[in-house]
Design a protein around this ligand. Structure first.
Ligand code: COI
Length: 363
């Protein structure tokens, strides 16, 4: 691993944090990790103070959106260490997004080292309350000052961080979700499985309209038949129907390969549940609701963790799920995953990369 040069801020903003009102992504921590891709290689790994970056009006990403991002979290344990959840999964997924968007890959081991270092430098920013964490936002984008449409030849990769609480105002309380019938998010062959800005930009109109009607988010259907359930955009979606846990598969390349999705599926199989990665239609969902076999719906995501769906609305069909209360399956996954993240449940899967407070003190 190339050395990481560290330049610490002289003006920490940590006293500006309202720890009791963190919300999501409202304040950036003091430092960022930065590296530049120039002349065909990532170079000059550094940690520097967070602040404005100069950008040319002709920056290619502002015009054509050649950018990707990730989301992962660090948790403070009772023992005072810092647990980072599955960072190598995010590093690998970032590279898959990079390939799709013609952005150079970044070695996963360097990604994990950079993530550990930024958590170490800004460890004071990892909040203390259960349910809070330090959200890490790695992102990479083209930096060429050029208006032709082609992949940039230069890039930046940055990791910024932000102390956060729940993503949705509802917290662990069930959210209301509307099935999008007018707009689509992704189609086979498109960029749906890449964590790239365009997917999020394209989702905003539908989300804005749904929000006006009191929904937290929309559930996307496939872009071609508009029958198959895809994902929510800020989270993957899971259904408990009969004795099965069902979620859409990844093979169409239209949904994001969520880290929390993978963690839930792994745990579900260990719990002995019947797990099915299956292309479920919205018709299957409404029939299961009508015949009483649909007992739970919940979203999974790094930001959202486990987010129960209390009401799913499809056209004029209102499906109230489990009396709009969190169900036992969602609760069990929430308790297990957060238990592992906060170091309360043994990490038998090697999901945690720890920044050890004792080692930091002696460094
Ligand atoms: C995440 O869960 O980390 C996400 O990226 C979802 C959203 C905040 C964009």
């Amino acid at each position: 691993m190339t050395d990481i040069n560290i330049k610490r801020t002289q003006n920490s903003r940590i006293n500006e944090v309202d720890w009791n009102n963190l919300g999501f992504g409202k304040i950036a921590s003091d430092h960022i990790f930065v590296t530049d891709f120039i002349g065909g290689e990532w170079r000059d790994y550094r940690i520097e103070p967070y602040g404005p970056m100069p950008i040319n009006p002709g920056n290619c990403t502002l015009h054509y959106g050649q950018t990707i991002f990730e989301g992962l979290k660090a948790f403070r344990t009772q023992a005072g260490h810092f647990n980072i959840f599955r960072p190598e999964m995010n590093g690998a997924r970032m590279n898959r997004s990079a390939v799709r968007m013609c952005i150079p890959e970044f070695p996963v081991e360097h990604f994990v080292e950079a993530v550990k270092k930024i958590v170490e430098v800004d460890h004071e920013w990892v909040p203390r309350e259960r349910g809070t964490s330090l959200y890490l936002r790695p992102f990479s984008f083209g930096t060429d000052d050029f208006l032709g449409v082609r992949p940039s030849q230069t890039y930046k990769l940055i990791i910024m961080t932000s102390p956060v609480a729940a993503y949705y105002e509802e917290g662990l309380n069930p959210v209301r979700i509307k099935v999008a019938t007018e707009y689509i998010r992704a189609a086979k062959g498109g960029t749906g499985s890449a964590k790239t800005a365009a997917n999020y930009a394209a989702s905003m109109k539908a989300a804005q309209e749904a929000k006006k009607e009191g929904f937290a988010q929309v559930l996307w259907l496939d872009g071609i038949t508009r029958e198959f359930v895809d994902e929510v955009g800020t989270m993957n979606i899971m259904f408990v129907i009969g004795d099965e846990l069902i979620t859409p598969p990844l093979d169409d390349g239209t949904i994001l390969a969520g880290v929390t999705r993978d963690s839930v599926l792994t745990l579900a199989r260990e719990f002995g549940m019947n797990v099915r990665e299956h292309r479920l239609t919205i018709g299957d969902v409404t029939s299961a609701f009508e015949n009483g076999t649909l007992t739970e719906i919940f979203g999974t995501g790094t930001a959202a963790v486990i987010s129960p769906v209390g009401e799913l609305v499809y056209g004029d069909r209102v499906m109230r799920i489990n009396d709009s209360k969190i169900g036992p399956v969602a609760q069990k996954f929430y308790d297990t995953i957060t238990g592992i993240q906060y170091g309360e449940i043994e990490d038998t899967h090697n999901w945690i990369v720890q920044v050890n407070a004792d080692e930091m003190a002696h460094a």
